[in-house]
Design a protein around this ligand. Structure first.
Ligand code: UFG
Length: 339
């Protein structure tokens, strides 16, 4: 069995990726400091797959903790690095927390790869690196734009750090996946997104409103240059997204890379407005959503969706799950956790 380490493996994207990895025969080693996740996730992963992943409560931004874990678990060949702070708004309030966690974390992971002979890295990047693209859909060659938040900046800096490191470290290959908007939950309703406090993102806000936890969804602006005036995003199903990581690992294992660091857009290739998404949610679930239009949210971009040709043709990966199914899974998960 191939051994793979997943940092942040108890988180939203991490946990779904661990499930897909185990189902494809990988032996998974999770490191997570549980700062934004729950230890029950590990048991729930085991309920889905029948296999309990090895788990270490490790803060990857603390080098010694990571190195101690790897000393105890030799033979790991690849790492998927999710562990990071990810709230855009909080990053503006607490920039140093973001720079410390996200930059130190990556540097420690790279040093560990060199020290312990780990060959392949998949890094979770974001379409945030493109800012508001001039041309849509956005390709991997679109210019990187100045970041709008410290969080976005850490993603850009991390891409550069990986670039510079692999250039002088021939034993290591890397793929950065630039995610669009990940949503949904596992169809089993055993794992999903667990926002702490009032959700900042659209889907958890929608499902909590539908569940009666929030009174009303605020739609941030309907005066954008889009068909109904609300912003456009490319919403990607969490299982589809998880599988993009397996495709990336396979590509490196099979030596199919063109260049030691590659970038892929991971989205559906289809943009939806906020109102279209609300309609799709109501249609998929049969639940009427209470919402109102309010003013724009500072820092929001108008529209972005992915050109996925490179991921489709090179990674051999394509988004498959229909949006209604994704939204139904998100709703089933919400009902499960609000019980
Ligand atoms: N929205 C609302 N009401 C809400 C929440 C969101 O109308 O209560 C709207 C936003 O204005 C935006 C859309 O829903 O038009 C999506 O917003 P999200 O907050 O769900 O997602 P973003 O596109 O703003 O942010 C996501 C990730 C970030 C990442 C960013 C850019 O959450 O981590 O994409 O890649 F930085």
């Amino acid at each position: 069995m191939k051994k793979i380490m997943v940092t942040g493996g108890a988180g939203f994207i991490g946990s779904h990726t661990v499930v897909e990895l185990q189902q494809k025969g990988y032996e998974v080693f999770i490191v997570d400091n549980l700062s934004n996740s729950n230890p029950d996730v590990i048991d729930n992963i085991a309920k889905i797959t029948g296999v309990k992943p090895v788990f270490g409560k490790v803060d990857v931004s603390e080098k010694k903790e990571l190195f101690d874990f790897l000393k105890q678990h030799p033979g790991i060949e690849s790492v998927i690095h999710f562990a990071a702070s990810k709230a855009v708004g909080e990053s503006v309030e607490k920039p140093l927390k973001y720079y410390r966690n996200n930059i130190n974390g990556l540097i420690n992971v790279l040093e560990a790869m060199k020290e312990f002979g780990i060959k392949n890295l998949v890094f979770s990047s974001s379409c945030t690196v493109y800012g508001q693209p001039k041309k849509l859909p956005v390709t991997e060659n679109s210019p990187i734009q100045p970041a709008l938040s410290p969080y976005g900046n850490t993603k850009q800096i991390n891409e550069e750090i990986i670039h510079d490191f692999v250039a002088v470290t021939p034993s290591i290959n890397a793929i950065a996946l630039r995610y669009f908007n990940p949503i949904g939950a596992h169809p089993s309703s055993l794992i999903g997104e667990l926002p702490i406090g009032v959700p900042a993102n659209l889907i958890p806000y929608i499902t909590q409103t539908a569940a009666g936890i929030r009174e009303c969804l605020s739609v941030f602006g309907n005066d954008y240059d889009t068909p109904d005036g609300t912003p456009i995003r490319d919403y990607i199903d969490i299982i589809d997204l998880a599988n993009a990581h397996i495709a990336a690992i396979n590509r490196m294992e099979e030596g199919k890379q063109k260049g030691r660091l590659e970038f892929f857009n991971i989205g559906t290739g289809r943009g939806l407005t906020v109102l279209e998404l609300i309609n799709a949610f109501e249609k998929a679930t049969g639940v009427k959503l209470n919402y109102k239009i309010v003013g724009r949210r500072a820092g929001d971009i108008e529209k972005v969706w992915a050109d996925t040709s490179l991921a489709n043709n090179e990674l051999g990966w394509k988004a498959k799950v229909p949006i209604e199914e994704t939204l139904l899974n998100a709703w089933k998960w919400q009902q499960h956790i609000s019980k």
